[in-house]
Design a protein around this ligand. Structure first.
Ligand SMILES: C[S@@+](CC[C@H](N)C(=O)[O-])C[C@H]1O[C@@H](n2cnc3c(N)ncnc32)[C@H](O)[C@@H]1O
Length: 270
């Protein structure tokens, strides 16, 4: 999972850069100095925002000590260890004492929570009046493949995504939620909602094959009991073959996904 999150950051670098540039415009009247990354994973948001806001410090908050350890190493390697604090906490249990922030970032994390509305209310009180919460969400894993792969039955990736959507409906019911009304209910004012359609075509970032490999390997293990033997075998070829059909060598990959961003503000004076 750590590898997948880091590859996501690497391959979708241009989207992240466009997003943080937009956040800089939104926050131009009071550039953030204290950032809180909620469900930070391996720190994609933490590091992108520290890069964009060079006078800010960041707190990365996550359930996973392993991800937080990874962030510590990356912060040292990037020379920003003095600007990054990590906090381990299970947000399904209780909100930790992290102090206040003027920019909170929650990317692909709210949908994992048992009661995101309770956590949104906690985030509201942790943001300085006038400060921003940026929610970034996705509705599914990215897609990489053409319909006809030259091996197996056409439509493999579409079948995987349909089965994964069924699985997610039961396991992560908040995935794909419309966060706007939920943010308003927590007291925020929605300043903007923006969709970033991502459609990368060749020449692709160097890590794309590994990103596709990590994504489809994850789908394969999640769907092992739902896919046909034929489809599992095609996935094995894609993810492990070092010949022309393997993901690391294919020349027909693209990267297609959509990210939706809600920029919400705690009203000044509240
Ligand atoms: C899909 S990852 C997103 C990571 C990162 N924000 C990114 O965009 O790359 C979801 C993150 O939420 C964290 N998470 C899930 N449930 C949590 C909880 N109850 N408390 C704190 N963090 C949680 C996971 O550990 C994971 O790092």
């Amino acid at each position: 999972m750590a590898e997948l999150l880091d590859l996501d950051a690497e391959v979708l670098h241009s989207y992240l850069s466009e997003l943080t540039a937009w956040i800089k415009e939104l926050t131009a009247d009071r550039p953030p100095r204290r950032i809180l990354d909620v469900g930070s994973g391996t720190g994609t948001g933490t590091f992108a925002l520290l890069d964009r806001f060079d006078r800010a410090d960041a707190t990365a908050l996550d359930l996973s000590p392993r991800f937080l350890h990874h962030i510590g190493g990356k912060a040292r390697a990037l020379g920003v260890a003095d600007r990054v604090r990590t906090v381990q906490a299970d947000l399904d249990a209780a909100w930790p004492s992290v102090g206040t922030a003027d920019l909170v970032w929650a990317s692909a994390s709210l949908h994992h929570l048992a009661d995101p509305d309770r956590v949104l209310a906690e985030i509201f009180t942790a943001i300085d009046p006038g400060g921003f919460l940026i929610v970034a969400e996705l509705d599914s894993f990215p897609r990489f493949l053409p319909d006809d792969l030259g091996i197996g039955r056409p439509g493999l990736e579409a079948r995987c995504h349909a089965l994964q959507a069924e699985r997610h409906a039961a396991l992560v019911p908040h995935l794909g939620s419309d966060w706007g009304p939920r943010l308003t209910k927590a007291g925020f004012t929605i300043e903007a909602e923006r969709t970033f359609p991502i459609a990368l075509t060749p020449p692709l970032p160097a890590a794309t094959g590994r990103y596709a490999q990590a994504t489809l390997s994850r789908l394969r293990s999640a769907l092992a009991d739902r896919l046909t033997a034929d489809d599992l075998s095609t996935l094995d070829t894609l993810t492990t073959d070092d010949g022309p059909h393997g993901l690391l060598n294919r020349t027909d990959l693209t990267v297609r996904t959509t990210r939706t961003i809600w920029a919400a503000r705690r009203p000044a004076g509240e």
